[in-house]
Design a protein around this ligand. Structure first.
Ligand code: GLP
Length: 237
């Protein structure tokens, strides 16, 4: 595992974007794993400043809420459209997001898992970490070998994400998330972490026991992990 500690959140974006740009230059058909949440936004902003040909790149989002109306601004499909495909001039047809409005979300989750495999797997998976150690929406207790599936969000995660919605009650109760086992099959994991409020969980994930109680601890078992953290988030490492 390599760990870069940089002064600011903006700098985490610059370092991570540099890593992604190098991957895309060496593999123009790279498959990127795309994360939402606040932490990866500086990456997409910084990557937009690189002169890298994105025309062959494709992507898979990590997760999606279940039950939001199509086009809801806080659906991850819309966040990915605004923050990733438009900003990076990525062909939207090459970027997949789990179908949170499917009549059968369980089926949609299984189809999504199959689509990742059919694309040959993910070259670089961008990740953030939740305050409770979640990766994507794999909440504590998720099996370390879990696959893409429908999950119930914890109240803590719903409260953390309420800032994006007009009322806390509007935060969906369920999601489709790539599983920890799915994420672990990506060839390179790129975890970006900002802020003092993430310091304790980052230390637990990287230095504590590997356990379903802290889903991000599974990263310790991956052969190629890059962590990019600002000084505040790295302060307990
Ligand atoms: C969200 C997402 C995760 C993200 C995490 C942390 O709920 N599903 O993919 O990593 O929470 O988000 P943030 O970076 O905004 O703290």
């Amino acid at each position: 595992m390599e760990i870069f500690v940089v002064p600011t959140a903006a700098a985490t974006g610059s370092v991570a974007a540099g890593i992604l740009a190098a991957v895309i230059r060496s593999k123009p058909g790279a498959v990127l794993g795309l994360a939402t949440g606040g932490s990866p936004l500086p990456i997409y902003k910084a990557l937009a400043g690189h002169s890298v040909d994105m025309s062959g790149v494709s992507g898979f989002a990590l997760d999606e809420y279940v039950g939001l109306p199509i086009g809801h601004p806080e659906s991850y499909a819309e966040v990915i459209r605004r923050e990733v495909t438009e900003r990076l001039h990525l062909d939207p047809a090459r970027v997949a997001v789990p179908d949170g409005s499917a009549a059968d979300p369980g089926r949609a989750a299984a189809d999504y898992e199959a689509a990742i495999a059919a694309a040959g797997g993910i070259d670089v998976q961008i990740l953030g970490i939740g305050h409770n150690g979640h990766l994507a929406f794999n909440e504590p207790g998720s099996a370390l070998d879990s696959r893409t599936r429908v999950e119930v969000l914890t109240e803590r995660t719903r409260a953390a994400n309420a800032r994006y919605f007009s009322t806390p009650a509007e935060v969906p109760l369920r999601c489709i998330t790539q599983g920890l086992g799915t994420i672990m099959e990506a060839r390179h994991l790129l975890l970006v972490v900002n802020g003092a409020d993430k310091a304790a969980i980052l230390a637990a994930a990287l230095n504590g026991p590997v356990s379903a109680g802290c889903p991000a601890s599974v990263l310790q078992r991956h052969p190629h992990v890059t962590v990019v953290a600002d000084e505040a988030a790295a302060s307990q490492l």
